[in-house]
Ligand binder design. Sequence first.
Ligand code: SAM
Length: 405
Amino acid sequence: MPTPTKILERTVSTRRPPHASEDGATVEEDGSGETADESKTRKHISVAMRVTNYLIRTGYIWPVLILGLAIVIISSLVIHSRDLVCISASSSDHISRLFWGFDGLESDFGSLGVPWCRSKDGKTVEWTSKDLLQDLMIESGAFKGHSTWVLRQAMPNTPILSLSPRHPEKYLKKGPAYVDGNCTYFAGKDFVDFGSMDWRRVMRKHGIEDHSRVLVFFDDHQNELKRLKQALKAGFRHLVFEDNYDTGTGDHYSFRQICDQFYIRGGGHSCFKDSDEARVRFKRKKFWEKAVDIEELCGPGEAWWGVRGHMRDNFNHSNNAITFAEHFQNSRFVESVLDVYWELPPVAGPSLTHQTRYDPARAPSPIVEDGRYGLFQRLGLSRLESSVFNGYTQMVYLQVSEQGT
Ligand SMILES: C[S@@+](CC[C@H](N)C(=O)[O-])C[C@H]1O[C@@H](n2cnc3c(N)ncnc32)[C@H](O)[C@@H]1O
């Protein structure tokens, strides 16, 4: 079976021949005022005329015409179904599957659902410039400083505090790394874990009184429930978590995992091998590296929550079995403090980015949807290597407040 990348390449090229722009606007000419395709057609006409004349003379014209018509109808249906695969995978899935058994993009989970954390009063995100947090940004987990650089691009003048066991400058000797001039590093011998920091003192030192004006970015692969409790205790309200892993995957307990509950549509699982979900998972696993089938999802005692019934923490160096009752209580707690839960969409659909790691059916709709190659190109995204799109793919923004506040 071809890889999804190959299938997608084929469908993209079917839809978008080299001489037509996506918007159907300019058609490149070959210098003679004609398109290359037109000149090719003309040469074929004279050959076709000669063949037609021969068939009329020999009396074979009608059987050949009927056969030709049948071929044209079948090929146009086939080509049309391929087009639909690119334009809107979800709406055309049944058509494409009918013809090709193609099954690489969205849907499938559509009928089963994908869990989502419920905020206290169903608020969604509505950004305006007044929502910009200008006081301070905190980053936990810096590695070589790439995300520090990203934060800096978003807010050129806002101070950053960065907590990471190893200082990013250590990587400078070996290759590219970023060290920010307006960042206070708690790294190397000065490293303090987010949960052990005296935030009141540090904030006072930076002239911050209102902790709810601070944005905290976590990319430290720690149990997200633990980090949420620590952030609430310190009075932070705006939190971004990279690596909000899906159930059955990842090295730390995440919000996506926590909110995977039977009372949420698409949440909760059965380890029954002869189920629709088992079949869907089995199929999706063939296409997407990070997809998990029922075998991987379920641990001993049919424990599917977290990762096979375990709450992972700290890059999976800690891995504790939890009961379903504990898992359920964790989601009740999260929902009780959650004002907004927003999973960030991927930049572009997989037929554009050629990423094959994350199942698009388990992520929100991309900003640049499959089929919008022109837009993808105009934004300069087609110049990037596909590996670029494998990172920062499971980010979530949380706005939280303590119960009763
Ligand atoms: C995935 S990397 C971060 C990548 C970085 N944010 C970026 O986007 O370029 C995870 C980092 O977390 C650091 N880390 C490990 N334990 C940590 C902790 N308790 N607090 C903060 N950072 C930690 C690791 O040393 C590593 O640098």
